[in-house]
Design a protein around this ligand. Structure first.
Ligand code: MN
Length: 286
């Protein structure tokens, strides 16, 4: 199932993409929560109601009549994994990690498809990073790797936009400030539930900047798998429905090129993952 958050006639609602239509879940069944986090918090009950709604086939709106928003705009956590593809670690001049590198973004950095990525005037090194994003569906702490995927609701495309000068040159080597400028976490368009993603570790993943493919890899290249990451994170803190895990980016980022390549006003960038969708955003200056 391809869950979407959309706006139609000024109202924000939850839906399911079905071909060229969006099924309005809230209009079909008012007991279904209208925000993605509440929907995920309701667990299997929400999912079965949503499937029942699809079977009714009612309240379908042409996709061209709605505005697709970020699937979720208020996760309690946005967890990001650094250097999770070996070739990307090498191009970044960093050792291949033996344990996941973890940082975070704030929810204020989230934007949806077609919204502007804003280049802040204080940075001159804005980089792109296409990433597979894991969406947590079930609360848990100390989760085994065998049980980890039971805590995952689905997957989506994410973009870990990064100000390299802030990420790498700030005191203490802290990454977070360079990763959490407003608009630096585009996500979407769809949250694809796990039953429609047979193998999250075999998905083509690409980034296309102004018609040039700048990243082209496969999630089979992940150093730390989705279950490994869930287990690793949950040995420290509780994962809750709606939490997002950005799993790291493949090689090809602008920082690793010669000459280096930075995002600028007027650029158009596409992040895509096979089976999950295509996330397009224009780039504008502050
Ligand atoms: Mn990243």
């Amino acid at each position: 199932m391809r869950l979407v958050t959309f706006t139609h006639q000024g109202q924000r609602r939850l839906g399911v993409r079905s071909g060229n239509s969006i099924i309005d879940l809230n209009a079909t069944d008012p007991s279904i929560p209208s925000t993605m986090r509440e929907f995920l918090e309701a667990g299997d009950d929400s999912l079965s109601r949503a499937y029942a709604t699809i079977d009714k086939g009612a309240c379908a709106i042409p996709a061209t009549d709605v505005t697709i928003q970020a699937p979720i705009d208020n996760p309690k956590k946005i967890i990001c994994i650094g250097l999770n593809y070996a070739d990307h670690a090498t191009e970044s001049g960093m050792p291949i990690p033996e344990e996941p590198i973890v940082f975070s973004k704030y929810a204020s950095s989230i934007i949806g498809p077609d919204e502007n990525i804003v280049v802040p005037s204080v940075s001159s090194q804005i980089d792109y990073e296409v990433e597979l994003v894991v969406v947590i569906g079930k609360q848990g702490r100390n989760i085994s790797e065998e049980d980890a995927l039971n805590h995952v609701a689905g997957y989506m495309v994410g973009h870990d936009v990064s100000a390299r000068d802030y990420q790498l040159e700030k005191p203490g080597g802290q990454w977070m400030m360079g990763k959490t400028f407003d608009t630096f976490a585009p996500i979407g368009p769809d949250l694809v539930t796990t039953d429609d993603v047979p193998d999250p570790h075999n998905l083509g993943i690409r980034c296309i900047l102004n018609d040039e493919t700048v990243q082209d890899s496969n999630t089979s290249q992940l150093i730390f798998s989705v279950p490994r990451l869930v287990t690793y994170l949950a040995h420290v803190f509780t994962l809750t429905p709606g939490d997002l895990i950005f799993t790291g980016t493949p090689p090809g980022v602008g920082m690793g090129r010669d000459p280096q390549l930075w995002l600028k006003h007027g650029d158009h960038i596409i992040c895509e993952i096979d089976g999950l969708g295509r996330l397009e955003n224009p780039v504008v200056s502050d």
